[in-house]
Ligand binder design. Structure first.
Ligand SMILES: Nc1nc2c(ncn2[C@@H]2O[C@H](COP(=O)(O)OP(=O)(O)OP(=O)(O)O)[C@@H](O)[C@H]2O)c(=O)[nH]1
Length: 436
């Protein structure tokens, strides 16, 4: 990247005008080198026509002046990070109070040093619905993201963590599996975090996955971190924070991030869209007992694990495995390098768990070497951005004064066949546009 460096002492307004001219005409990011005690307010820059901080980066030596508004860059290392963050200038536009800055610094430092308490506090911050806290959380997240990018660069561009989604109907043995699987991984020097997505919590106000005493042994393990699902919010809200929590966990050095969801709703589709590998855990039962499982979700699975393949259940587990093997042959191929596998395991006895991890590692290596993993992650980012925009826009639309009262009436007219759905939508959209 090109940028011009200016050093400012005397006649700074003339210089700033010149810098702005260069920046504006030549579209070159400019760097302004400043001296201590040389204070520039945001208004000062705005007066010269700069519209965002990323237009213009300031370098200052730490000193009495470092508390001034343009506290952007204090060392060449942070300078590099700040340049990387140009893509998200709006997040830095809001000035943080000293207290907020201290909070971010404390959480960030604690997080990257692997302190579980700081990770927990950071996730609580991103789950906050209070607008100010949300902003602070986003600044923290940006910081963690740039740390991520640096670490990934050091790791030759390879992802820092393996993101795994786990879904299955209630009683399939998810907690027993995670306990057994997680312990095996920590014994092999992995750091494991478990995030639960439980959409039922948004309607019941309680967390199904979180309330129970689950995974007692794993939760005592210093190399594991278990986070129950947030207790409020829409599915989109819950999954948005889960997405961000994944990044925080990775920043905290967790190299295996497990996202668990109950396989009876929409959450598993959302989870499948935020992980590298999606696993479906099923009990050795078929037909009626698995009615809650949606067909579509089987198509999303990269691996199906038939659990409880022990004692009397070995025979039905074998039968179910054979059924799934043939059913999955009929599914559309989603990857050039991987065909979904069906395995038998027992979370109770631990049988098959190590082999399952070997298969998972094989999947990750194949996906990485073929470039499919990174392509998938990039695609997921875009999907998520649009999902969130859609959800927010729809909320905004439904709550808008110009359409709010009209919706029930128009819905009724569509239901009774008085109005076509297309026409009703046109009426509402026009009212919305006119009311903007
Ligand atoms: N025989 C046998 N029983 C198991 C196995 N894994 C889990 N179970 C039993 O199945 C029951 C449900 O297990 P959980 O781990 O609580 O299942 P879950 O999927 O987390 O259930 P929810 O929390 O309701 O979603 C418990 O009684 C477990 O002891 C297994 O491998 N073999």
């Amino acid at each position: 990247m090109f940028f011009l460096l200016f050093r400012v002492s005397a006649n700074r307004s003339e210089l700033t005008t010149l810098v702005f001219f260069v920046h504006n005409k030549m579209k070159i990011p400019c760097l302004l080198l400043r001296f201590p005690r040389c204070y520039f307010s945001r208004t000062y820059f705005m007066n010269f026509g700069f519209t965002s901080r990323a237009d213009f980066l300031g370098l200052e030596s730490p000193g009495p002046a470092h508390r001034c508004h343009t506290k952007w860059i204090c060392s060449s290392n942070t300078l590099r990070r700040e340049l990387c963050q140009q893509a998200a200038p709006e997040l830095q536009a809001e000035e943080l109070s000293d207290r907020e800055q201290r909070l971010i610094d404390r959480l960030y430092q604690g997080l990257i040093q692997g302190h579980r308490a700081c990770l927990a506090e950071s996730i609580t911050l991103i789950e906050s619905t209070q607008s100010r806290k949300k902003k602070v959380a986003q600044v923290l997240l940006q910081k963690v993201l740039s740390y991520h990018r640096e670490q990934e660069k050091l790791n030759q561009g390879k992802p820092l963590a393996f993101r795994v989604g786990l879904s299955g109907p209630p009683g399939a043995g998810k907690s027993t599996f995670i306990e057994c699987f997680g312990k095996m991984l920590t014994e092999r020097n992995h750091k494991v975090s478990v995030l639960a997505v439980d959409p039922s919590s948004s309607t019941s106000g309680g967390s199904l996955l979180g309330d129970k005493t689950r995974m007692t042994e794993l939760s005592r393990d210093m190399n594991a971190y278990i986070r129950p699902s947030p207790t409020s919010g829409t599915l989109g809200g819950v999954t948005r924070t889960t997405n961000e929590a994944i990044l925080l966990c990775e920043g905290g050095g967790y190299d295996v991030v497990l996202v668990e969801t109950v396989g009876v709703g929409q959450s598993e589709f959302a989870v499948a869209d935020m992980v590298d590998m999606f696993i479906l855990l099923l009990p050795p039962a078929g037909g009626d007992e698995l009615q809650g499982i949606k067909r579509g979700i089987i198509e999303m699975a990269d691996l199906v694990a038939i659990n409880k393949a022990d004692g009397d259940l070995v025979v039905p587990a074998r039968r179910i495995q054979a059924e799934y093997v043939s059913a999955m042959k009929l599914l559309r191929k989603r990857s050039k390098v991987w065909r979904p596998k069906v395995m038998r395991i027992s979370a109770k006895t631990g049988e098959g768990i190590s082999e399952m991890w070997d298969k998972m590692a094989e999947f990750r290596d194949l996906m990485l070497s073929s470039g499919e993993l990174l392509a998938k992650r990039r695609r997921q980012q875009k999907v998520w951005m649009w999902n969130l925009i859609q959800e927010n826009m729809l909320q905004h639309f439904r709550a808008h004064l110009a359409v709010k009262d009209k919706i029930p009436l128009l819905e009724e007219k569509v239901l009774t066949g008085v109005l076509s759905p297309g026409l009703a939508a046109d009426v509402l959209l026009k009212a919305f546009k006119d009311g903007l």
